[in-house]
Structures are given as structure tokens and as C-alpha cells.
Design a binder for this molecule. Structure first.
Ligand code: NAP
Length: 205
């Protein structure tokens, strides 16, 4: 079974603003950039609870009859979804994949920042297509997060679209190499130190 990520981010790597709005993804030029073909190619969509809540606010079920698994440890009310195929699941990403595989799924679309990060950490993502929108938003919901090991990527292709969209496609190379193991706590400390130094810097304003 293949697992793919297909998402849009600001150039500084955010999927959404802190209030979950995604207005910055709209360049005003609605050029096709492969999403339609991609969504047709998947037979199940796996999203995190916060992405689901974004869809709820959107007010209509955007996935049609495509089976959707919403990952959450909480109870969710799907009664408003008419004609959709949706269920809640929770647990280890590898177990979720096993379950989908047992159902005969061949290609899953993994979506939502934390969700993608958990599947990446479990070395389960096979393909990642990230479309960068030419804007910096400074803060928001990050696509990526801290890692215990480097994850090597295989660049497959980079495409550009009008409106300044730059789309890069990657495969993964999870074979163990001389990966740099690092402590997440140490990395956080280093980031805080860097942020403090930047705040003190006279050029930071
Ligand atoms: N730009 C784009 O292309 C794009 C794409 C997707 C999403 N977004 C945006 O990104 C934001 C959402 O991303 P996010 O990082 O905040 O969150 P997310 O990944 O959508 O959801 C995180 C939540 O999913 C649940 N979860 C994830 N993995 C789980 C597992 N294995 N078992 C049980 N529960 C699991 C947990 O919910 P509980 O706390 O309920 O347990 C967790 O808090 C939204 O603003 C959305 O609009 C943008």
C-alpha cells in the first residue's frame, strides 16, 4: 500500500495560520496543479481531527463518497455528513495502515500537520508533494516538526505554475544510514537560544 502527502504551504512552511485560516494559499490564479488527478488516484483519505474540524467549518463534505478516516482520541459527530463514508480511528499509524491494507486499500492520502508528522516519524510515507505558495506568514500550523532522526528524501521533480507556485515531489529513503540522532529537548533548547539571540539583535524589529 502506498501512502502519499499532497499539500500546500507558505514558503516558510506553514499549512495554515494560527487561527486555521488558509486564505494565503489562494494566489488568485486558479491553475490546475495536479490535485484532481491525485485525489482520483487515492482510495482512502486519512486526516487528523483538526483538519476534519476545518472541513466542518467549511460546511460541506469535500471528499464525496471517498472513504475517510478521521484520526482522533475523542468522540466525533459525523451525523451531519450525508452520503459520505467516514469513520473515526485512533492509535499507532502502523496499525491504521495494517487495517486499511486488510480492507484492500492501495493508496492512502495522509493529511494534517501533526498527522503527517506522526506518519513520517513511523517511516510510512512513500511520496510527498508539497506546493509552496510565494508568501511568508511568520507563524501558523507547521507542516514539519522536530525529528529524532534525519529523514532522507529523493527529489523526484519540481514544477512551477503561474502565480509563483513551486511544487516539489519527493520519494523517501528510509534505509538506515549514519543518521544524526538528536534529542528533541536539546533541539528545542537550541531553538529557544537562537530565538532569544535574534530578539536581542538590533536588526530584529
Ligand atoms: N495547506 C494544506 O494543504 C492543509 C492540509 C491539511 C490541513 N491543513 C490545515 O492544517 C491544520 C490542521 O493540522 P494540525 O497539524 O493542526 O492537525 P491535524 O494533523 O489535522 O490533527 C491533529 C489531531 O489528529 C489526531 N491524531 C493524529 N494522529 C492520530 C493518531 N495516530 N491517533 C489518534 N489521533 C490522532 C489528534 O486528535 P485528538 O486531539 O482529537 O486526539 C491530533 O490532535 C488545519 O488548520 C487545516 O486547515 C492545511
Amino acid at each position: 500500500m502506498k501512502l502519499s502527502v499532497f499539500c500546500g504551504v507558505s514558503v516558510d512552511g506553514f499549512l495554515a495560520r494560527p487561527d486555521d485560516s488558509v486564505d494565503f494559499l489562494d494566489t488568485g490564479e486558479h491553475v490546475p496543479h495536479g490535485y484532481e488527478e491525485f485525489i482520483k488516484s487515492v482510495d482512502v483519505v486519512v486526516i487528523g481531527r483538526k483538519t476534519y474540524e476545518f472541513v466542518v467549518r467549511y460546511g460541506s463534505w469535500v471528499y464525496g463518497k471517498k472513504p475517510v478516516v478521521v484520526l482522533s482520541t475523542r468522540h466525533l459527530d459525523f451525523s451531519w455528513i450525508k452520503n459520505g463514508v467516514v469513520e473515526r480511528r485512533s492509535g499507532d499509524p502502523a496499525e491504521i495502515v495494517k487495517l486499511l491494507q486488510a480492507r484492500g486499500c492501495k493508496h492512502a492520502y495522509i493529511d494534517g500537520g501533526v498527522t503527517i508528522q506522526r506518519f513520517l516519524a513511523a517511516k510510512l510515507i512513500d511520496r510527498m508533494v508539497v506546493t509552496r505558495v510565494p508568501v511568508l506568514i511568520g507563524q501558523g500550523v507547521p507542516l514539519f516538526g522536530p525529528l529524532l532522526h534525519d529523514i532522507k528524501l529523493k527529489h523526484v521533480a519540481t514544477r512551477t505554475y503561474s502565480g509563483g507556485l513551486v511544487q516539489s515531489e519527493y520519494g523517501f529513503n528510509y534505509v538506515a544510514g549514519p543518521a544524526r540522532r538528536r534529542s528533541v529537548r536539546k533541539e528545542r533548547k537550541e531553538r529557544t537560544k537562537t530565538a532569544k539571540a535574534l530578539t536581542r539583535s538590533p536588526t530584529y524589529a
